[in-house]
Design a protein around this ligand. Structure first.
Ligand code: HDD
Length: 718
């Protein structure tokens, strides 16, 4: 286990490893931070003890400041330069440490030790992110989530710079600046922030048919995850593994969360952004801090040239996936993310990922998106981190020996000895290793020098359709709702129509629902398709969140709204049932001091009701006494708590007294459904928690929502 260092958190820390790191490259020995040392004296950057940090040096108590005050000038100078450019994309992110353990060897396919030495433990750093928003935007933006993993292997750093979606918008990296410009705020007004619901985005998208598969994914609930802990991760591209004979195999990387997949509802996401813009990072911090670190299985889809040649689509096309039913995901190991950072800036902000960071035995394919990325990542670090020596920063430094003749530059942290700085030389020093060194995959390449997209990249609708028909009715409905929401924010009707024209090549029901939702006078003609869509791709269950739900409440959060006089035995039974899963709970009360229960004990609250809306919880209990219910039934915030929980299809446990609050919140007793459970006493707690394992009672939305009919009718017909 990593050493726990003295902080107010019980969480693990990797600071110790940094000290080793810093010592490795040269003579510089310095702890990552001295600020926390007990009894330490405040000093300047030069190490001179500071006598007064409250007053600048001045002539008399009311006189002018003196230039001679070097401490003041150094302090302000340093403060003035605290910011570095935020990432041009994925600016808002949250990083944590972990460990990867290999369970099954891939030695047959690769020489990479990280993938062939069973039980080998490899330290990792993972950064989750949103794409479009700036560093200060909210966590619940409808957006792709970055899932970038750095493996500090014995053979060098290996990065999988992935997303929570297995495909991408574009096929060629040359379109990336256009995609991002269109998605980010418009240059004249600098809004809207962190969202794609605007004309520029949909203008670009509807003029770029290759994005249609990705559009289905981003309009699905995948882009409003409940937690980083409940997300899949994908390396997206086809990479290559290379074995000892130099033979290659194709590979796609998958990260599968042990806690299963889960997303929130869109209306809920909007409200979470207001209630807790840091919802995702807080969730991850809390889980690790309390000793429940999330775990992912690392899986691979392996295939050969024969499969690639027979597959319906081009394996070099990043807008396509390979259905798991066609090439199953083989689980080869797991990673546990159990280490919080000591310092956000030093680690999460300064971490530099790069798709070209590979180790011997792992290689690239000619995917034109991947090839472009291999340039972009190294290049961007130069601007962001200020020079070529960002690999010396502890979070980026490999945890294996580094020897080369690269030297000097901004912020060089190494202090090499001796006169030799070139190769070949007669003095000694590092030499190439033909046996263990990185060998690029040998491949026959010939052709004309052209700017042309392969015809095998031209089918833009078939997998979009396959994704859509793989969803459950509620997920299909959410895609329809999301499209109507986003396109309603576009002012230009021609853009709305253009999108519906594309949808007609994907699914006629969806096109009709969206056209109706937008109030279009008529359905536009289908968009011309470069390649006729295949109508016979079968549904793939792996593409649905709901079909992959965990079936349990473990790792989730129950909100218990209490009032004075609430039943102590019921609350005790609920909190025990939650702990047994294990899951967590939070007490919400009219006052932050808590409530006096029916046994006279005071139960402290974590949230005052105004600060703890139900959107922050996976399920809620209304544990109210008759007096408490009568009081809260008059309170607008308490009514919001209840009506939101109902609208977001949450499981609701309630005491009989709480029926009044439910009614006053607009939920008549004859509307109570199977997602609502009367808790008559402590004996009902475990059964309620078991029901909560279904995570949401989606039938409620399908039963009442105005737009649900189309998808329901169709699913019944299927
Ligand atoms: Fe990228 C950051 C993922 C296409 C250029 N990208 C970045 C991050 C993730 C991804 C997770 C954040 C890393 C971190 O946490 O620091 N990007 C992807 C995926 C893509 C993709 C899954 C498609 C499969 N990206 C892509 C293209 C280009 C870039 C085509 C440019 C040609 N991406 C960048 C970048 C960033 C970046 C500008 C910004 C900050 C950074 O790299 O370090 O270089």
């Amino acid at each position: 286990m990593p050493k726990v260092i003295g902080k107010d958190t019980g969480a693990t820390s990797r600071a110790v490893e940094y000290e080793t790191q810093l010592g490795q490259g040269g003579e510089l020995h310095q702890t990552a931070s001295d600020t926390g040392e007990e009894g330490a004296v405040l000093t300047t950057q030069q190490g001179v003890a500071v006598a007064d940090d409250q007053n600048t040096l001045r002539v008399g108590p009311r006189g002018p400041a003196l230039l001679e005050d070097f401490h003041f000038r150094e302090k302000i100078f340093h403060f003035d330069h605290e910011r570095i450019p935020e990432r041009v994309v994925h600016a808002r992110g949250y990083g944590v440490h972990g460990t990867f353990t290999l369970k099954e060897s891939l030695a047959e396919f690769t020489t990479a030790k990280v993938l062939s030495e069973v039980d080998e433990k490899t330290p990792m750093f993972v950064r989750f992110s949103t794409v479009a928003g700036n560093k200060g935007s909210s966590d619940l933006a409808r957006d792709v989530r970055g899932f970038a993993a750095k493996f500090y292997t014995k053979e060098g750093n290996w990065d999988i710079v992935g997303n929570n979606i297995p495909v991408f918008f574009i096929q060629d990296a040359i379109k990336f600046p256009d995609l991002i410009h269109a998605a980010k705020p418009a240059p004249d007004r600098e809004f809207p922030q962190a969202q794609t619901a605007h004309d520029n985005f949909w203008d670009f998208i509807t003029l770029t048919p290759e994005s249609m598969h990705m559009v289905m994914w981003i309009m699905s609930d995948r882009t409003i995850p409940r937690s980083f802990r409940f997300m899949e991760g994908f390396g997206v591209h086809t990479f290559r593994l290379i074995n000892a004979e130099g033979k290659g195999a194709y590979v796609k990387f998958h990260f599968k969360p042990r806690l299963g997949l889960q997303s929130v509802a869109w209306n809920e996401a909007l409200k979470i952004n207001g209630a807790d813009p840091d919802f995702h990072r807080r969730d991850l911090w809390d889980a690790i801090d309390m000793g429940s670190p999330p775990i992912w299985d690392l899986g691979v889809q392996l295939f050969d040239d024969e499969f690639a040649d027979n597959f319906e689509f081009d394996i070099l096309d990043a807008t396509k996936l390979i259905p798991e039913e066609q090439v199953p995901v083989r689980i080869i190991g797991e990673f546990v993310l159990d280490g919080l950072v000591d310092n956000f800036f030093a680690e999460t902000e300064q971490v530099a990922f790069c798709t070209q960071n590979v180790v011997p035995g792992v290689g690239f394919t000619n995917d034109p998106l991947l090839q472009g990325r291999n340039f972009s990542y190294l290049d961007t670090q130069l601007k962001r981190l200020g020079g070529p020596n960002f690999t010396h920063i502890p979070i980026n430094a490999p945890r294996c020996p580094v020897h080369n003749f690269q030297q000097d530059g901004h912020m060089n942290m190494r202090n090499p000895k001796g006169r030799v700085n070139y190769e070949p030389n007669s003095w000694g020093g590092p030499r190439e290793s033909p046996t263990t060194g990185y060998r690029h995959f040998e491949e026959e390449v010939n052709g004309r020098k052209i700017q042309e997209r392969s015809g095998t990249f031209s089918d833009h609708y078939s997998q979009a359709r396959q994704f859509f028909i793989s969803q459950t009715p509620i997920e299909q409905k959410h895609i329809g709702d999301a499209l109507v929401f986003e396109l309603s924010k576009c002012e230009r009707i021609d853009i709305r129509e253009r999108m519906v024209a594309h949808l007609r090549n994907i699914d006629e029901r969806l096109a009709t629902v969206v056209a109706t939702g937008l109030g279009l006078a008529a359905l536009p003609d289908p968009a011309p398709a470069a390649s006729p869509p295949l109508a016979d791709l079968p549904p793939s269950d792996a593409l649905s969140i709901v079909k992959r739900a965990p079936g349990g409440f473990a790792g989730r959060k129950l909100g218990i709204l209490v009032s004075d006089g609430a039943s102590a035995t019921l609350i005790k039974a609920l909190t025990k049932a939650v702990k047994d899963l294990p899951a967590v709970h939070e007490i919400i009360a009219p006052r932050i001091a808590g409530a006096v229960l029916d046994d006279g004990a005071i139960l402290e609250a974590k949230q005052k009701i105004d600060g703890g809306p139900s959107v922050l919880y996976d399920a809620v209990v209304l544990a109210l006494s008759p007096e408490g219910a009568a009081m809260l039934a008059k309170d607008k915030t308490a009514k919001d708590f209840v009506s939101d929980a109902f609208a977001h299809c949450k499981f609701i446990g309630y005491t009989s007294a709480a029926e009044l609050l439910l009614n006053k919140a607009g939920i008549a007793s004859d509307e109570f459904d199977e997602g609502m459970v009367l808790l008559e006493g402590p004996k009902d707690a475990a059964a309620f928690l078991a029901l909560c394992g279904q995570l949401r009672h989606w039938a409620r939305e399908l039963a009442v929502d105005l737009d649900a009919e189309a998808f329901l009718a169709d699913s019944q017909a299927d």
